[in-house]
Ligand binder design. Structure first.
Ligand SMILES: [Ca+2]
Length: 304
């Protein structure tokens, strides 16, 4: 499984309109009159075309410089408070902290699992393997149940928090990436710039929002964590975490988490930052990555 095999949603099929065909005779008239003008040496048509292209180019430039509706997010960084051992064989896809224990979803076909982990020692206290053809993804805790996504199987698995016995399954369309629960609804990412809201009992989609940073969509949203009405999201293949207002989709802070795991300790290109859990008893975030040997407890500080 390579990084390039994980495309985001390419299109949402919105706003497409079929262009009506131009009547053939009129098209012929237009072409012949243009050609006649070209033969006559009249520059008027070409001048209008170039003027239109120039206007579009200037518009794009201005939009790049001054995006409409932009809010510039706060710039934050992380300070490591302490670190803990982490199974370097765990391809972390989801992380949840609950009553002193860490719950983890791991990915890769044949290696996907659900785990309860002793944070201090890194010991896996309880483990349930997923079917070999399932690629585990995001994890959330809602109403006493763990809900675990799969990447491309279209299934969300609901597990008993204590025994890891199956409670039920839900089906969904598209890919599953990250998941968190804000106390009212599940929030899910699929690798695009969209977050979908889902009913925690039925998994039915009840809403969605597009995540924007300074007026531009933030794609490849991955592992999620819901904290005090906001959503934290890893941006896949980066060391960046977006803090998102889910009501508007606006990124309200941008967290640079680079430098946590020294480059020398990284095993390859896929072992990127992935895994955010909010440790309510200390008010800090727990961060790790795919195949990382450590979990970092961090506090957020102003960047620079
Ligand atoms: Ca999480």
């Amino acid at each position: 499984m390579t990084a390039s095999e994980r495309p985001g949603r390419s299109s949402r099929g919105k706003g497409r309109q079929k262009r009506s065909a131009r009547p053939r005779e009129k098209r012929a008239d237009f072409v012949s009159s243009s050609k006649a003008q070209e033969r006559d040496g009249s520059p008027s048509v070409r001048a209008w075309v170039w003027a239109a292209i120039a206007a579009v180019a200037v518009g794009i430039l201005l939009w790049q410089l001054y995006p409409v509706g932009s809010t510039v997010p706060d710039a934050l960084s992380v300070r490591v408070v302490r670190s803990f051992p982490h199974d370097p064989e765990a391809f972390t896809q989801g992380l949840v902290w609950h009553e002193g224990k860490l719950y983890e979803s791991t990915g890769l076909e044949g290696r996907s699992s659900l785990r309860r982990v002793n944070l201090r020692t890194g010991a896996v206290e309880h483990r349930r393997a997923l079917d070999p053809d399932v690629f585990g993804e995001g994890l959330a805790l809602a109403a006493g149940h763990l809900i675990q996504l799969s990447w491309r199987s279209g299934k969300a698995f609901v597990w008993d928090l204590d025994t890891f016995e199956p409670v039920r399954e839900h089906e969904y369309r598209g890919e599953g990436w990250g998941l968190c629960y804000d106390g009212r609804r599940l929030i899910m990412s699929d690798g695009s710039a969209w977050l979908t809201f889902r009913d925690p009992d039925t998994f039915e989609q009840v809403g969605e929002v597009r995540v924007m940073r300074a007026g531009r969509p933030v794609r490849r949203l991955n592992e999620l964590e819901c904290v005090d009405g906001l959503v934290y999201a890893n941006v896949w293949m980066t060391d960046d975490i977006a803090r998102i207002d889910p009501e508007t989709g606006n990124v309200v802070a941008w967290i640079d988490a680079s430098g946590l795991l020294p480059a020398a300790e990284r095993q390859g290109t896929e072992d990127v930052l992935n895994g955010i859990a909010y440790r309510a008893d200390t008010g800090h975030l727990l961060l790790t990555g795919k195949l990382w040997p450590k979990i970092y407890e961090v506090e957020l500080i102003p960047a620079g």
